[in-house]
Design a protein around this ligand. Sequence first.
Ligand code: HPA
Length: 264
Amino acid sequence: MTELRVAIIGGSGIYRQSFIENSKEITLDTRFGKAALKEGIYQDRTVFFMARHGGGHTVPPHLVNYRANIAALKALEVDAIIATAAVGSLRREISPGTRVIIDQFIDFTKQRPLTFYEGEEGFVVHTDFSEPYCNEVRAAILKAGKSLGQNVIDGGCYICTEGPRFETPAEIRMFMNWGANVVGMTSVPETILAREAGLCYATIALPTNYAAGISTDPLTQDEVLAAMEKEIPEVEELLKASITEIKSSPACYCREAGKNYPGE
Ligand code: HPA
């Protein structure tokens, strides 16, 4: 048994990680449905890899079974999760090729199950989101990115839309006024569920394009995937270095936040 268990949730364009050794495919049955992932080793750490949209990118953002995915990682006793997320940039200075280690989100989703706490516990659970992403995992990614000379930005607000359509320019103007920096379709409820389950979680937001209206060209999924394709080698380096930077006894309150997690 290795000391630290880290999971990577790969977003659009990130469907596998070649550095994970002795990897085997596993499927877990959770009370929310099945979750498929790979388990292997990187250095002295047990590493899991999960493709959020499925290996062949078949699951749209509003239909990802976020609860099954996080419940599976909890059942596997994962300590920390590093997620990647393709995003549109709302700011000229956040160009494609930067990595935004987001620290806030705004929830603009409409119809997704958002919680593990559906009242079955017999009490109401309100979870603190003053620090929505784990600062310890964020710090590990930032340190790793800086040591690799990558363009990592410390903090940013991610607005999560329902998708799967891209936004209108009017929505983007409103999101900019609200203080959002990047837009994507998946960080909610993934972030929420990880915290409710007591798992440390952070996201590397990867801008693939300027958002609608900032870019005057129509947006396409192919453009997003082509931009991600170029990033894969560097993102893989960043993930490897981040995994080794994660501490085994973090000073965050993520575990404590999950003390009411209902379990399987
Ligand atoms: N909007 C929403 N999600 C995205 C975008 C975007 O512009 N680019 C990549 N994911």
